[in-house]
Design a protein around this ligand. Sequence first.
Ligand SMILES: [Zn+2]
Length: 195
Amino acid sequence: MKKNIAEIINISNEIYDKGLVSGKSGNISARFKGENGDLIAITPTLKSLSQLNEKDIVLVDLDGNILTKGKPSSEVNMHLEIYKKRPDVYGIVHTHSPYATGFAHSSKRIKRHEGFGEIKTPFIAEIEYEKPGSNELAINASEGLCNEDVLILKKHGVICVGKNLKEAELLAVFVEETAKTQFVTYMLNSVEDII
Ligand SMILES: [Zn+2]
């Protein structure tokens, strides 16, 4: 368990340093095996992911019972619903990374690039806006991730899942870079060549 908590703090710092989360936004979690079933370690509410200590990480069970001190992220239900529907998922990263979230606020969609594995559909999956922290968002996001490892939450942000937290982080970085590349391509195509 200590290892899981240390990894959450480490990856929280990494995604903050990479600019995927800013201020007190974003939340991440990891699943691990407890004595009486799976447990989820999740980042707390209202705290920057750059300033976490071991005692800030909150443990919950899959039913949402809080097992330690502190208050979990307001998106804890979204994380729990995803873990329930995806037994293969052991790490979740939710960010408002600027380029991908820019697309989420626009009518444009992010194309899938090489690196997502087999390209089954031309665009990254997305779901319509639901209020952050709401049950509707938890249900729709978890359903949207049944057959996907990354999902755009319209007018909100990005959520990535993986067989471990590191995989989810790598995907979150990749999605942001993909969105950035597409944005730069749009910009370059929109201006005349200067000779
Ligand atoms: Zn969010």
